[in-house]
Design a protein around this ligand. Structure first.
Ligand code: HEM
Length: 322
């Protein structure tokens, strides 16, 4: 049997419907800088989906290394800094599940959920089985993107990305903030992306931010990478009023932003949550609001998010259940 399945500690949490980060504050949704101060200033969240998601992550990392982990060589120092920050956070915020022993440069990291221990020399890559960002990403549910700040700009120079909402790390690597946002309609050509870039360049260490991004998912699959489009893209063709509730999911990304002081870059983490429509309608306030948001959504956004062809079906389903 798979090692990950042998040691399962129960991870206590509220039911999905109560902890799902519902993305809408009102009956209308437009792109905006919806970032707010992150309190408490913590990157990681451990949910009951931990085991299945870590198993899926590690499978993807092993099978598709180029699409799931990329790092320019000059990011190595920043990677150690991020790994150190996250290990210390895990050991203090999730002390039931993780601990860290530091004796000079000799560090030992324990993951009690997976019953794994790793001893390494901090700063010596030959003592870790993977690059530091890749190593720590294998213990948490978040995807991790590192942006290096130089010449008054931000560059996507490293990342571990297993659960993308239809974008490619291998394709975006080395791009600037404005370049990798260029496919986003309205955001990229209204001046908003430039404003947000200015905000990010001014971000200070110790003052992290958070925002929620959303889209829709056909099926419960977290890995909707463009490279795997052949596997998930065709699923939308079989949708009808009887199966929408089970198949369609609201996909909410809890994104967090941290200034990494030593390297002066930014860590961008993404924790993805999926809520099937048939669960969502159990919260009637959410169902009504979501329906109004869809009705009011500008076509370029529905088109970019990939559901414009079946948006009327989704609205019809929600109306029937309100
Ligand atoms: C700094 C770290 C960030 C990174 C690495 C990042 C990366 C990305 C990427 C790769 C995409 C997909 C683009 C594509 O279709 O190829 C995207 C979409 C988007 N990003 Fe960012 N982003 C960041 C921060 C932000 C912030 C702070 C905002 C604030 C408004 C923002 C707004 C958006 C929007 C509106 C979309 C379109 C999402 C959708 O409609 O589904 N991003 N981002």
């Amino acid at each position: 049997m798979d090692k990950l399945q042998l040691h399962r500690t129960e991870i206590k949490a509220a039911p999905l419907l109560e902890r799902f980060p519902f993305p809408f504050q009102g009956d209308s949704y437009r792109y905006s800088n919806n970032s707010r101060a992150l309190t408490p200033p913590v990157c990681t969240d451990i949910t009951p989906e931990y085991y299945e998601e870590i198993e899926e992550k590690r499978k993807l990392l092993d099978r598709y290394p180029e699409r799931t982990f990329q790092a320019a060589p000059h990011t190595l120092e920043a990677q150690w800094e991020i790994m150190s920050m996250l290990m210390k956070e895990l050991a203090s915020v999730h002390a039931d599940y993780f601990s860290l022993d530091m004796k000079g440069d000799q560090w030992t990291f324990y993951n009690r959920l997976l019953d794994e221990t790793c001893t390494f020399v901090f700063g010596d890559p030959s003592t870790l089985p993977y690059e530091p960002l890749d190593f720590i990403g294998r213990h948490i549910q978040e995807d991790l993107i590192y942006l290096q700040q130089r010449d008054g700009d931000l560059y996507m120079d490293a990342g571990q990305l297993c659960f993308p909402a239809n974008w490619s790390l291998a394709f975006d690597l080395g791009m600037t903030y404005l370049q990798f946002h260029s496919p986003v309609p309205i955001y990229s050509d209204s001046g908003l992306a430039e404003k947000v870039l200015g905000f990010l360049l001014r971000m200070e260490a110790g003052k992290p931010w958070t925002r929620i991004n959303w889209t829709l998912n056909v099926g419960p699959r977290l890995d909707t990478s463009p490279e795997a489009f052949g596997e998930w893209g065709r699923e939308k063709f079989g949708l009808n009023l009887d199966n929408v509730g089970e198949i369609m999911h609201l996909r909410s990304e809890d994104q967090r932003l941290f200034r990494i002081p030593g390297s002066n870059g930014i860590l961008f983490s993404i924790h993805t949550h999926l809520l099937p429509f048939q669960e969502l309608i159990r919260n009637q306030v959410w169902a009504e609001r979501f329906c109004k948001v869809l009705e009011d959504l500008p076509d370029p956004l529905a088109d970019y998010k990939g559901f414009i062809s079946y948006k009327p079906l989704l609205i019809e389903y929600l109306k029937r259940h309100i």
